[in-house]
Design a protein around this ligand. Structure first.
Ligand SMILES: Nc1ncnc2c1ncn2[C@@H]1O[C@H](COP(=O)(O)OP(=O)(O)OP(=O)(O)O)[C@@H](O)[C@H]1O
Ligand SMILES: [Mg+2]
Length: 275
C-alpha cells in the first residue's frame, strides 16, 4: 500500500507487512492530532506549533496561510517527515509515523513525497541535472534511461531544460525556484508539499507553476501549499490559517449576510482543523 493507494517501490513493500489501515485512514491521508513543536534554546524556548489538529483527505488541495513566523514551514516539515513533533500524533496513510523506522521514513520521503523548500535546498556543488537526478537515483528499479527522461521532462515542465549543466549559483532566484519545483515533481509524488513555491517568481512564472501544481492535483496528488498570495491560496479547495502556532478559526460572519450566503461562504473558506 502506498500513500496514494497504488503499490509502488520499497516503502510500499515495507508497509504491506504491517496491519491494514483502519477505515478512517482510507479517507484521511494526513491526520495530525494535538501536535505541538517547541524549539529549545538556552535563552528561551520557541513554541512554533501549539495543539494543531488537522486532517487532509486523499487527493485534497489545501493552502496554509498566515503571517511570518506563525509555524507554516514547521508544520509542513512535520507533514513531510523532515521534522518530528515535540508532542501529539501524526499519522500518514493511517500509520503513526513515530512508529516507523529511519529507513521506512526515508523510503516514504523518497518515493511518495515531493517537497518544495522555501529556501530551494539545491546542492550547490551539483549541476541542475544532478540535483534532480540525485533523489531519483535512490529509487529501486529505475534505470539510467528512465532517470534521464524524468529529469529532462520535469525540467521542461518549468522551462529549465536548457540549463541542465548549470550550477545553482549560476541561476537567478526564480530559476532556482523552478528547478526546486522540477525536483519535487520528477518523482511523481502522491503527496506534494510546497513551501512558498512562487515566492521568488515573477507573475508569469508564478502562474505557470501554480497551473503545474493544479495539473498535478487533477492527476490525483494530494497537495498542501504554503503561500502568502491570497490569489493562489484561493486556488486550493480549503484554506487553513495559522496564527502564533495555532490554527485560527474564522471570525463570525457578518450578521447582515443571509443564511444561504453564510453557509456558502463558510464552505468556500473552510478553515477547520479537520472534521
Ligand atoms: N530550527 C529552529 N530553531 C529555533 N526556532 C525555530 C527553528 N525553526 C523555526 N523556528 C521558530 O519557529 C517559529 C515558526 O517558524 P516557521 O519557519 O515555521 O514560520 P513560517 O510561518 O514558515 O514563517 P515564514 O512565513 O517567515 O516562512 C518562528 O518563531 C521561528 O523563529
Ligand atoms: Mg516559512
Amino acid at each position: 500500500m502506498s500513500i496514494s493507494g497504488v503499490s509502488t517501490g520499497r516503502a510500499s513493500q515495507v508497509l504491506e507487512t504491517e496491519p491494514a489501515p483502519d477505515e478512517s485512514s482510507r479517507k484521511w491521508l494526513i491526520q495530525i492530532e494535538k501536535v505541538s513543536k517547541v524549539y529549545r534554546a538556552d535563552e528561551a524556548d520557541t513554541c512554533a506549533l501549539v495543539d494543531i489538529d488537522l486532517s487532509i483527505r486523499r487527493g485534497e488541495y489545501v493552502a496554509l496561510t498566515g503571517p511570518s513566523g506563525c509555524g507554516k514551514s514547521t508544520l509542513l516539515s512535520i507533514m513531510g517527515l523532515l521534522d518530528t513533533p515535540t508532542s501529539g500524533r501524526y499519522s500518514l496513510d493511517g500509520r503513526d509515523v513515530s512508529k516507523l523506522t529511519y529507513t521506512e521514513l526515508a523510503d516514504i520521503r523518497n518515493q511518495q513525497i515531493g517537497f518544495i523548500f522555501q529556501g530551494f535546498n539545491l546542492v550547490e556543488q551539483m549541476t541542475i541535472y544532478e540535483n534532480i537526478a540525485l533523489p531519483l537515483s535512490y529509487r529501486r528499479g529505475m534505470n539510467t534511461g528512465e532517470l534521464r527522461d524524468r529529469v529532462y521532462a520535469s525540467l521542461a515542465r518549468v522551462g529549465m531544460e536548457h540549463q541542465v549543466k548549470h550550477y545553482p549559483a549560476q541561476l537567478s532566484g526564480g530559476q532556482q525556484q523552478r528547478v526546486a519545483v522540477a525536483r519535487a515533481l520528477a518523482g511523481s509524488p502522491s503527496l506534494l508539499l510546497a513551501d512558498e513555491p512562487t515566492g521568488n517568481l515573477d507573475s508569469q512564472n508564478a502562474d505557470a507553476v501554480m497551473e503545474l501544481i493544479d495539473g498535478v492535483h487533477k492527476d490525483g496528488t494530494t497537495i498542501c501549499i504554503v503561500t502568502h498570495d491570497l490569489r493562489f491560496a484561493a486556488c486550493a479547495e480549503r484554506q487553513v490559517h495559522l496564527f502564533d502556532g495555532r490554527i485560527k478559526i474564522p471570525e463570525r460572519l457578518p450578521i447582515q449576510m443571509g443564511a444561504n450566503d453564510a453557509s456558502n461562504q463558510k464552505s468556500r473558506n473552510t478553515n477547520h482543523s479537520g472534521d
